[in-house]
Design a protein around this ligand. Structure first.
Ligand code: ZN
Ligand code: ZN
Length: 414
């Protein structure tokens, strides 16, 4: 199967109109594996139709990246061209929107020592210190979409011939991304309205802390007094609504940096920068991860947690029921863009300032820390949802409210 520009048109349309919500006269910068050039061409067409001033793509070849990680001397791995990071910052400052295309082998880098992968990632993260806040604060519009790739399809459907596996993965991506029906834009508007109703209900509760209980999990997560729940289709600091992830099923906020206590057990594997991590167990004291283990990818997990001081704390609390369409498909994607939308999840690392009602006041790391949020170069989601998960909320008024029972919402919003 070879997918064409025409096949990708509905996904491209949703990415442009709702994902980055491209404004007339705006520039679009697309980051993509070179294997997905047909999708990027479809995106460019949709963008110009929406009035784009210019569309540029930054293509990369993942196998070339792998050769570098295997063979480059450490001196080279520890460097990232500053002009690239500065260029992105200039584009963000100038109002450019950013779209990333995902879709690669979830185990691309399984043979590369995790320390070498981490060294390269850290160099990039350090170089992007002035660009990243535009993304975290949503002062720049951005979104992420995915296209199928053969090695990814074989990982998801291991017993199926490659061609058929690609077909199945593409169908699953389209369904999850809500672009398989006759009017994807209308489907997205209805979906956003549902998510926003849930957001309004949660914000009305004034939750002080959440208590998670499940197999291997007994975790209390405090929330800052000015936290707010957010979801797709929300108006952002950039001045208009965006949908940063396609697909998305989550409503999320930030934890109080020093308010997490107890133990949590992950419920799904996760592919982080081409390496598989599974069976994560974390123990927290006053927000800090005091012990961690993984049944697979212990070294890769260690590299994440030891990125910087902030990677010892959590930055995101997201709620997704086990009856979400992506969860019900029963497919394990080995790609966080999909798997995090099939499961309640938490993220190690940076918090998003827009998860605070006073997030617009956050101009520095110090500001975010003072409001109870976490700061880090990294942000790695891991899944904690299952049929056995219960979550209770304790409200500011001291009431206990059932949020999740058996992995599903315990109450429907009015
Ligand atoms: Zn999330
Ligand atoms: Zn996240």
């Amino acid at each position: 199967m070879s997918l064409t520009e025409r096949d990708f048109a509905p996904l491209a349309e949703v990415a442009v109109r709702l994902g980055v919500n491209l404004q007339p006269g705006q520039r679009l910068w697309v980051n993509s594996p070179v294997a997905h050039a047909a999708l990027v061409r479809a995106v460019a067409r949709a963008a110009y139709e929406a009035g784009a001033r210019d569309v540029k793509a930054d293509f990369h070849d993942e196998l070339l990246g792998k050769i570098r990680l295997e063979m480059a001397p450490e001196a080279g791995l520890a460097e990232f061209p500053q002009w690239i990071a500065d260029g992105l910052e200039t584009e963000a400052k100038g109002g450019t929107a950013f779209l990333s295309v995902l879709g690669s082998d979830p185990e691309l880098l399984s043979s590369v020592p995790p320390a070498r992968v981490a060294m390269s990632m850290k160099a990039a993260q350090q170089a992007m210190v002035n660009y990243r806040p535009y993304l975290l604060s949503h002062r720049a519009a951005w979104s992420i979409i995915a296209a199928p790739a053969p090695a990814w399809a074989k990982k998801v459907f291991p017993d199926t011939p490659e061609d058929q596996a690609m077909d199945l993965l593409w169908q699953a991506i389209q369904r999850a991304s809500r672009v398989d029906g006759p009017d994807p834009i209308a489907a997205w508007h209805a979906h956003i309205a549902n998510l926003q109703a849930r957001v309004a209900w949660l914000n009305g509760l004034s939750i002080r802390q959440l208590h998670y209980q499940g197999p291997g999990t007994d975790l209390t997560v405090g929330l800052p007094p000015t936290h707010q729940w957010v979801a797709s289709g929300q108006r952002r600091s950039v001045g208009y609504a965006t949908s940063p992830n396609i697909p998305t099923e989550e409503v999320f906020t930030l934890p109080l940096r020093t308010g997490v206590q107890g133990t949590v057990q992950s419920t799904m594997p996760l592919s982080h920068s081409g390496q598989l991590i599974d069976g994560i167990a974390l123990t927290f004291k006053d927000g800090r991860i005091v012990s961690y283990s993984a049944s697979t990818g212990q070294d890769a997990l260690g590299q994440v947690i030891e990125t910087d001081d902030g990677s010892r704390y959590l930055g995101e609390v997201a709620l997704v029921p086990v009856d979400s369409p992506i969860a019900q498909s029963g497919i394990l994607y080995y790609n966080t863009l999909f798997d995090e939308n099939a499961s309640c999840h938490l993220a190690i690392g940076a918090a998003y300032p827009n998860t605070l009602t006073d997030g617009a006041e956050v101009a520095s790391d110090q500001d975010l820390l003072e409001k109870g949020g976490n700061v880090s170069m990294t942000h790695v989601d891991f899944m904690v949802g299952s049929q056995d998960l219960s979550i209770d909320a304790e409200t500011a008024a001291g009431k206990t409210v059932a949020i999740f029972r058996k992995g599903r919402w315990a109450t429907q919003p009015a």
